[in-house]
Design a binder for this molecule. Structure first.
Ligand SMILES: C[S@@+](CC[C@H](N)C(=O)[O-])C[C@H]1O[C@@H](n2cnc3c(N)ncnc32)[C@H](O)[C@@H]1O
Length: 249
C-alpha cells in the first residue's frame, strides 16, 4: 500500500487562522445546517472524527450522552478540552487505526477531513468497524466534480479532469497534498464497505467570494437552506454530506 498521509495540525491555530474573522461564516453555517438535518437526535456514544478543536461540538453535545473528539493533533485536542472541559473526552491517534473497540459507537461524524486522506477506503472501513450495527455515520466529502472545477477543466485552466472517477491530488497546495473525490468513487467505497446510504446533501453550494460580495453571507445562508436538498441529486457542490447506516446484523 502506498504511504499513508497524516496531515499534521500540531502547532497550527486552525480556529484562529481558518475560522475567526476570515469571512467563512457562510461555510460554517452551511456545515451546521447539514449536520442538524443528518445526525440522530439521541445517541449514547458519539465521536467527532478529525474533530479538531470541536468547532461543531454545539451541534452534537445535546444529542449524545458521551462525546469523544478524536484527532491526530494535540494542539487541536488541547483547545477542545479548554473550550468544552468535562463535556467531552479527547482521544488522539490516526484515523487509519482508530482507538475505539469494534461496535463501540452508535454515532460518529467526519467533516472536512477527507481532503487529507489518501486511503479513503481504509478510513471508511475503520469508521464502519467502530460503529454498532444500526449506528449512523455522517461523512462530509471534498468533491472533485464541482461546477468551477468543470469550468476550469473545460477552458483548459486545469488539467484535473473532474469527470474522471480517479482521486484528484493537488500536490502544490500543501506538502502533504490535498485530495478531492468523485461522488461515484466515494459512493462505491461506502457500498463495498457495507454502509447503507440514507440521505445525501449538497453543501456550501454558494462558496464563492464573488457571490458573498453580491448577496452577503446572511442571504447565502438562507438560499443554502433549500439548496442542500434540491441540489443533492446533481452532486456539484464542494461538500457532499452522506448519512450512512451500518446495517443491523
Ligand atoms: C480541516 S480540519 C477539520 C476539523 C473539524 N472536523 C472541523 O470541521 O472544524 C481537519 C482535521 O483532521 C485532522 N486529521 C487529518 N488527518 C488525520 C488523520 N490521519 N488522523 C487523525 N486526524 C487527522 C487534523 O488534525 C484536523 O484537525
Amino acid at each position: 500500500m502506498s504511504k499513508k498521509v497524516i496531515s499534521d495540525y500540531n502547532g497550527y491555530d486552525y480556529k484562529k487562522d481558518f475560522w475567526e474573522n476570515t469571512g467563512r461564516e457562510y461555510e460554517d453555517q452551511a456545515d451546521r445546517m447539514a449536520i442538524r438535518k443528518l445526525l440522530p437526535k439521541r445517541m449514547e456514544k458519539f465521536a467527532d472524527i478529525g474533530g479538531g478543536y470541536g468547532r461543531l461540538a454545539n451541534e452534537y453535545l445535546k444529542r449524545a450522552h458521551k462525546v469523544f473528539i478524536f484527532d491526530y493533533s494535540k494542539t487541536e485536542l488541547e483547545q477542545a478540552k479548554e473550550i468544552y472541559g468535562d463535556k467531552i473526552e479527547t482521544r488522539a491517534g490516526d484515523i487509519y487505526e482508530l482507538p475505539f473497540k469494534d461496535n463501540e459507537l452508535d454515532g460518529l461524524m467526519m467533516v472536512r477531513v477527507t481532503h487529507h486522506l489518501k486511503n479513503l477506503d481504509k478510513a471508511v472501513a475503520e469508521l464502519y468497524r467502530v460503529l454498532k450495527p444500526g449506528g449512523v455515520a455522517v461523512i462530509e466529502v471534498a468533491n472533485k466534480r464541482t461546477l468551477p472545477k468543470m469550468a476550469r477543466f473545460i477552458t483548459g485552466r486545469s488539467k484535473v479532469n473532474p469527470f474522471d472517477k480517479k482521486v484528484a491530488n493537488y500536490k502544490n497546495i500543501s506538502k502533504d497534498g490535498f485530495y478531492n473525490y468523485h461522488p461515484k468513487f466515494v459512493e462505491d467505497i461506502f457500498d463495498q464497505t457495507g454502509f447503507k446510504t440514507e440521505k445525501v446533501l449538497s453543501v456550501s453550494n454558494f462558496r464563492s467570494k464573488g457571490l458573498k460580495k453580491i448577496f452577503g453571507a446572511e442571504n447565502l445562508v438562507k438560499m443554502e437552506e433549500s439548496a442542500q436538498q434540491i441540489l443533492a441529486p446533481v452532486r456539484f457542490a464542494p461538500s457532499i454530506y452522506y448519512k450512512l447506516r451500518k446495517p443491523e446484523e
